[in-house]
Write a protein that binds this ligand. Structure first.
Ligand code: PLP
Length: 358
């Protein structure tokens, strides 16, 4: 049968997402969702929502949400764009700032959606391996510049390792890069506040930096599909005014996302709980013989003991109703990426692992 796809679409492979089971009783530690519920203010806003409002289109630029987020980050409204999940921001950056055929640069490993979205735009991906202990490759900017990359994407805290790159390192990277730098902060809410990490400061010092934020992880709203970008207005305006879908975030999402970020007390309490569980889970995995680098995200990358097989362990956990992520790629195939669950979920996970390894 004749294919009607563009050549590059026919050649490319799509994103493979983590398993999303219907069974709500599964202990789901495979896609880095939040183990705790969203703010009660979200439930209240949903209960109060007047369905008659759906007759009209939503505020096109999500100004109510943008004003709240702007206040939170100490920037003006025109430094923000609301998107249908952080993933939409990635697509907008690529379609707005990368010429078809122009490379996107990233580290490897990294978020596997970057090369997929680049391929949609018929752009190759330059993958620069991380340095030891998942640190930033010193030659990342040189390689990106040599390839003519228009956009370099760095996840921070890094996925799937959880390592946090310092703002000073990103500062140097932004200075060196000839193209844009996307700092994908999908997991930044879980960074220990004592570290004083704040990449928003970079936006005032560079004209080529964009930050990605999402409500999927820190605000426990993965099902809502709401994210946002923060950047100087010369980078936000073309996405906001030209490449975005006309009404890219629906009215219910705008109302609920605003309620969520307005309740910072709830969010911060939740992040502290996740950090507490993260440290306890890490210590217990290490005690079982896993090697687990420190993480500032809501997941851990656990290298399995030499005597065990990561894929077999993942399958055994799955049979016991516990989902974790295994990547069949070199350098990661002896690891399990485990989202930090609630205390009870982590206890079930550890009991199963203990039984499997004994
Ligand atoms: C590194 C990274 N960036 C961005 C996203 C996008 O998240 P969302 O589209 O749910 O906002 C994810 C989701 O898993 C992620 O892991």
């Amino acid at each position: 049968m004749k294919s009607y796809e563009r050549d590059n679409i026919r050649r490319m492979t799509g994103y493979s997402w983590g398993e999303q089971p219907r069974d709500v009783n599964v202990v789901k530690l495979n896609t880095n969702e939040n183990p705790y519920p969203p703010s009660p203010a979200v439930a209240a806003a949903l209960a109060d929502f007047d369905v008659a409002r759906l007759r009209r289109y939503p505020p096109p630029l999500a100004d109510g949400f943008r004003d709240c987020a702007a206040t939170l980050h100490g920037v003006e409204r025109d430094w923000l764009i609301a998107t249908n999940g952080g993933d939409e921001l990635l697509r907008l950056l690529i379609t707005t700032f990368l010429e078809p055929g122009q490379p996107l640069a990233t580290t490897t490993p990294s978020y596997s959606l970057y090369p997929v979205l680049a391929a949609v735009q018929d752009c190759p991906t330059v993958e620069v391996p991380l340095a030891p202990e998942y640190s930033l490759p010193p030659d990342l900017a040189a390689k990106a510049n040599a390839a003519g990359a228009g956009l370099t994407c760095v996840v921070n805290p890094h996925a799937p390792s959880g390592r946090l790159f310092a703002v000073t390192e990103l500062d140097a990277l932004a200075s060196e890069l000839e193209g844009l730098l996307l700092i994908d902060e999908a997991y930044v809410d879980f960074v220990d506040p004592d570290l004083g990490h704040d990449a928003v400061t970079l936006l005032r010092r560079h004209d080529n930096v964009v930050l990605l934020r999402t409500l999927s992880k820190g605000y426990a709203l993965a099902g809502l599909r709401f994210g946002y970008g923060i950047a100087p207005p010369h980078l936000i305006a073309p996405m906001l005014g030209k490449t975005r879908d006309s009404y890219n975030v629906d009215l219910i999402s705008q109302v609920l996302a605003t309620a969520a970020i307005d309740d910072q007390d709830w969010a911060r309490t939740n992040w502290a709980r996740v950090r507490g569980e993260r440290e306890s889970l890490r210590a217990q995995l290490e005690a079982l013989g896993f090697s687990v680098p420190p993480s500032q995200a809501n997941f851990l990358l656990a290298r399995v003991p030499a005597t065990a097989d990561a894929l077999a362990l993942k399958q055994r956990l799955q049979a016991a109703g516990i989902l974790v992520r295994h990547f069949a790629t070199p350098g990661l195939d002896d690891c399990l990426r485990i989202s930090v669950g609630s205390e009870e979920e982590n206890r079930s996970l550890l009991a199963q692992l203990r039984a499997a390894l004994s």
